[in-house]
Design a protein around this ligand. Structure first.
Ligand SMILES: Cc1cc2nc3c(=O)[nH]c(=O)nc-3n(C[C@H](O)[C@H](O)[C@H](O)COP(=O)(O)O)c2cc1C
Length: 216
């Protein structure tokens, strides 16, 4: 295999679009929306997918992908099982980091903050938008718990189907709901030539944000 064929040996140069402090919105949430829309219009698959990192009780980190389901001045919302590994970790220690990895655009957005449960009304409203089968899966799956087999999981789905037979509006399980990541910092990263990337970080500063440029 020549080095060009080996993904571990490639040295791809990234984009030439500079990231200037003055060309970004002074509101990082607003700027995030602009980049999310561009990721979407540029055809990024699941542009709202973000990898989130949590800290376990023994201080070890864990990561996984979730889908962003809402963004506002209040923060970045996603939905999950509160009794899952991430759910338990965040309830015990709300420290969280997230990255939106938009590689083909030579962009990423990195967020640091704290995660808080959204209101039950918000979780109900979002759960209500999910297809019936996804709602039943939420009832059937005790997320992150081991199970003997796929057949065992499907059995739990059958039990949920039986339980909610004839019920049109399958309700939200109490253990399932949203978190909102309230950001302390939001970094916009743009790949540049020769690894001289642009990094602009917004840090929460009172009611507003301060801005700094970081070395790549
Ligand atoms: C593209 C993608 C989107 C995902 N979205 C979610 C999500 O929104 N919520 C969720 O709980 N899990 C989602 N998952 C599954 C998680 O990555 C993870 O496997 C699961 O939540 C269990 O994580 P935990 O054991 O660390 O709690 C998604 C996975 C992928 C690959």
């Amino acid at each position: 295999m020549s080095s060009a064929d080996d993904p571990l040996s490639r040295h791809t140069d990234y984009g030439q679009i500079p990231l200037e402090e003055g060309s970004l919105s002074s509101d990082p949430i607003e700027q995030f929306r602009v980049w999310l829309d561009e990721a979407d219009s540029e055809g990024i698959y699941e542009p709202n997918a973000m990898v989130i990192a949590t800290v376990e009780a023994d201080q070890t980190p864990r990561v996984r992908t979730v889908l962003l389901r809402g963004v506002s001045e209040g923060g970045f919302a996603f939905y999950t099982d509160y009794t899952s590994q991430k759910g338990r970790a965040l309830i015990a220690n709300p420290a969280v980091a997230a990255v939106f990895p938009w590689y083909t655009l030579h962009r990423q957005v990195k967020i640091r903050g704290t995660a808080h449960k959204v209101s039950e009304a918000e979780s109900d409203a979002y759960f209500g938008t999910r297809p019936r089968d996804s709602r039943l899966s939420a009832w059937a799956s005790d997320q992150s718990q081991p199970i003997d087999s796929r057949a065992g999981l499907e059995q739990k789905v059958s039990e949920a189907e039986k339980r909610f037979e004839g019920v049109d509006d399958v309700p939200r399980p109490e253990r399932w709901g949203g978190f909102v990541i309230v950001p302390d910092s939001i970094e916009f990263w743009a790949g540049r030539r020769s690894r001289l990337h642009d990094r602009i970080r917004f840090n929460r500063d009172g009611d507003g944000w301060s801005v700094e440029r970081l070395q790549p």
